[in-house]
Design a protein around this ligand. Structure first.
Ligand code: G3P
Length: 219
């Protein structure tokens, strides 16, 4: 499963990219606002930090203006992936852009039927939001299971990009289901390394090594 960083925070992306822990980046208007950066400039900088897809979202609601915005965004870099909302206008834009070879991430997906439409529109990625599902008393991971089943039934190429990931269990469950990508805040990526028994094991090794009186660095 690919890991995308769900952020526009340049230092955080740089740190994870240098560690080889991110395969791409997703942003959205809220994350851009949070960054305080210029949208086009920060997207260009992110595209230089990772080789994989960098999702940049249009803000228009109508098809014609989405296309005009997408034209600006896709000129930024070859790895820009245009993010469009799961609306009829977004799906029209998706079909037009993928038909020209541009990657498209269809976002704000909250049902399997919506995901079915995204695949039929030729989306490169579909972004079902699991955390917001859970926040509202639904079961976000059951949505991912449904989409995986439907996509496999018809051999759709669209990749399931699990979004709105809140914690490590979302990542684990997404991998168990067979999602293609999980996009998550850098902090969630880092928590995946945490385990109390790892900490205890390291402590024990350090204690036992200390009794040897030895060092590895001897020059
Ligand atoms: O990429 C979509 C993601 O940023 C949404 O996450 O936490 O706002 O539901 P959240």
């Amino acid at each position: 499963m690919k890991f995308f960083a769900d952020t526009a925070d340049i230092p955080a992306i740089r740190e994870l990219a240098e560690a080889g822990l991110v395969d791409g980046v997703t942003t959205n208007p809220s994350l851009i606002a949070k960054s305080g950066a210029d949208f086009l400039e920060v997207t260009r900088e992110i595209c230089g930090l990772v080789d994989g897809p960098v999702s940049a979202e249009v803000v228009a609601l109508d098809h014609a203006t989405m296309l005009r915005e997408a034209e600006v965004l896709r000129k930024i870099a070859d790895n820009v992936c245009i993010k469009v909302p799961l609306t009829i206008d977004g799906l029209k834009t998706c079909r037009a852009l993928t038909g020209e070879g541009t990657m498209v991430n269809v976002t704000l997906c909250f049902s399997a039927n919506q995901a079915l439409l995204a695949a039929k529109a030729g989306a490169t990625f579909v972004s079902p939001f699991v955390g917001r599902h859970d926040d509202n008393g639904f079961d976000g991971m059951s949505l991912i299971s449904d989409i995986r089943l439907i996509y496999d039934n018809y051999a759709f190429d669209t990749e399931i990009l699990v979004a709105s990931v809140r914690h490590a269990t979302h990542v684990l469950e997404a991998a168990r289901i067979g999602a293609d990508v999980a996009t998550m805040p850098p902090a969630v990526i880092k928590t995946l390394a945490n385990h109390v028994l790892t900490d205890k094991g390291l402590e024990g090794f350090a204690t036992d090594w200390g009794t040897t009186g030895q060092t590895i660095l001897r020059d």
